[in-house]
Design a protein around this ligand. Sequence first.
Ligand code: PRP
Length: 211
Amino acid sequence: MTHITLALTKGRILNDALPLLRRADIVPSEDIAGSRKLVFFTNQAHIRLLILRGVDVPTYVQFGAADIGIAGKDILLEDGGDGYYEPIDLGIAACRLMTAVAAGAQPLKGRVIVATKYINVARAFYAQRGRQAEFIKLYGAMELAPILNLADEIVDIVDTGNTLRANGLVTREHIADISSRVIVNRAAMKTKFADIQSILDALRAVVENQS
Ligand code: PRP
């Protein structure tokens, strides 16, 4: 058997992914939540897990440092998808990528300033709508930007809508439905075909059983 490295996204995707991996018989050999470690071995001696920030998962998989990754579609849309396949929609950590504005804000006619960590996605979306826009890259707490007049709009993921409500914002336009996807390094898909295929089959079976 070849060694397989599976890169996971920490945070809410990890919380949803671990039970799913368990049903696919991939179980970390120690408690991930209570540890500062970044690499974990599993009940299957040839499979190890990496715990990464979502934005880094496509990079690890693209360059083959990880064979397989689990990442949000938001991150994959922003990344552009070079060097990996995206064979499975796990259906977990579902949310929406949306634009949002300060409650009561009037629609702007001219150039709009958009704060987001999804610069590529936002640029394509506003261009497709024929709206002139300028983009400000932020790494978190985007909800503050319209309130403090840093930007007119934000592009961010919305799940319950609680964060927007708590900060006086409302959603405006829907950009994409988001869920977590499995990605696979293109070269590894060939060189480690049997081992990767058996992991993908197990994950597909779990996803099909729960839908
Ligand atoms: C995301 C997003 C919003 C929030 C939306 O942040 O950036 O702030 O979740 O969820 P809600 O609609 O249920 O309130 P997350 O908590 O994932 O942290 P991040 O900013 O580090 O990505």
